[in-house]
Design a protein around this ligand. Structure first.
Ligand code: HSE
Length: 429
């Protein structure tokens, strides 16, 4: 057996400890696969942290300075599991400049500075891998980059945030309120430290930026992703959607129209017959439409110590293989093409509109006129609860562009005294 490849960990929280567990529990298979042991010899922690018991259990040295890891000539690979942008970004850049390969699970960082770090790794002839950054335990990036390399992907739709999927599941199946569902999700430990990023769709948007790069070779920025979360989602709308045969899910999507793409995150009505409607609780799934395979879906845990750590260790093993073969500096995904965004007038969908209107004769006619003037037809219309004065009415439209939707919203605001309570996209079955 060859001598061990040594690894330095930046951070020793839940995921970092998971990496130690997976390396230890699956040691035999890992060694047989890559021909040498993988050993974490040092972990960088904050001086205030007490990780002595873990260090002793896994026979590693705790350090407080980055230089103790990146200046150690024995260490080949650095694993960043600290999260957030800084100091993780500087630490990864320093590690690459010091000649280390890097594995990270940091989606915030990759979505915002991924191109810069990938270019730095390429210049330094080092490898940068980040399978765990999207949907934790689901090997989706490698699948798109390798297994679907020959396919022409047209759309990637994902339930890529476990916290919100858990909340929506509980709101639908147990009629749990938004606040109670969020509290439970936090207690179960898959919410971000600040769950704003989960409920406002930002965490899912980070993942869609990364998926857009892998699926279409295009580099989009966070401000080019249309992001809407589930904050304030009314249980009445969730129930109305349910009665119409749909499940509300927080869907991240990136879609190719011609040679341009559009990426967004928002609550979407998913037909109950669609595979994504059956993804419950904290689980994630990524549904890929492509011209070769057709439709395929990848399902699994999107967070959690062991699933995330399993993806990280697979990245470590890939890097060891590349070190052995001397193929260094290739990007995780080499597919690159010019970025072009789809114009709002070319982006079509069916929509669910939830309105509150006076419960009086003729109101409905006003809505029909606005829709007809915009050239939009109704697919379904349902009147929900009425207190005798105001009624909730939900509409599912035929296909319309984002520009047409904006016109309808403006007309409703200017010409009626309806309240547009919610508008959500409706996925085709
Ligand atoms: N907060 C994230 C989630 C964790 O709920 O899915 C994984 O990125």
């Amino acid at each position: 057996m060859e001598k061990p490849v040594k690894v330095g960990l930046l951070g020793l929280g839940v995921v970092g400890t998971g990496v130690l567990e997976i390396l230890s529990d699956h040691q035999n298979k890992i060694e047989k696969s890559i021909g040498c042991p993988l050993a974490v010899t040092k972990a960088l922690i904050r001086p205030t942290e007490d990780k002595a018991a873990i260090a002793e259990k896994y026979d590693l040295q705790l350090v407080h300075e980055l230089s103790d890891i990146i200046e150690d000539p024995e260490i080949d690979i650095v694993v960043e599991v600290m999260g957030r942008i800084e100091p993780a970004k500087t630490f990864i850049a320093e590690a690459l400049k010091a000649g280390k390969h890097v594995v990270t699970a940091n989606k915030d960082l990759l979505a915002q500075h991924g191109s810069e770090l990938a270019s730095l790794a390429h210049e330094q002839k080092r490898n940068l891998y980040y399978e765990a950054s999207v949907a934790g335990g689901i090997p989706i990036l490698r699948t798109i980059a390798n297994s679907l390399a020959a396919d022409d992907i047209t759309e990637v739709l994902g339930i890529v945030n476990g916290t919100t999927n858990y909340m929506l599941t509980k709101m639908v199946t147990e009629q749990m309120s938004y606040d109670v569902a969020l509290k439970q999700a936090q207690e179960l430990g898959f919410a971000e430290s600040d769950p704003t990023n989960d409920v406002d769709g930002i965490d899912a948007a980070y993942k869609m930026v990364i998926l857009s790069k892998f699926a279409f070779g295009m580099t989009i920025t966070m401000d080019q992703v249309k992001v809407k979360g589930i904050r304030g989602l009314a249980s009445e709308d969730v129930s109305m959607a349910d009665s119409l045969g749909y499940t509300v899910k927080l869907i991240g999507s990136t879609k190719k129209t011609g040679d341009s793409i559009s990426a967004e995150v928002g609550p979407v009505l998913v037909p109950n017959t669609h595979p994504l409607a059956s993804i419950h609780n904290e689980f994630n799934a990524v549904f890929v439409k492509s011209s070769g395979i057709g439709e395929s879906m990848y399902y699994g845990p999107g967070a959690g110590a062991r699933p995330t750590a399993t993806s990280i260790v697979a990245d470590l093993m890939t890097i060891v293989n590349k070190i052995q073969l001397g193929t260094l500096g290739h990007r995780f995904s080499e597919y690159t093409q010019p970025t072009k965004l789809t114009a709002p007038e070319e982006s079509f969908s069916k929509y669910f509109l939830s309105l509150e209107m006076p419960d009086e004769t003729g109101q409905f006619l006003q809505l029909a006129e606005i829709m007809a003037n915009a050239g939009v037809g109704f697919e379904q219309v349902v009147q929900g609860k009425s207190d005798g004065k105001k009624a909730r009415v939900v509409v599912i439209t035929h296909q319309l562009s984002e520009t047409m939707l904006a016109t309808i919203k403006k007309e409703i605001a200017e010409k009626t005294n309806f309240d547009l309570l919610a508008s959500m996209k409706v996925m085709e079955g």
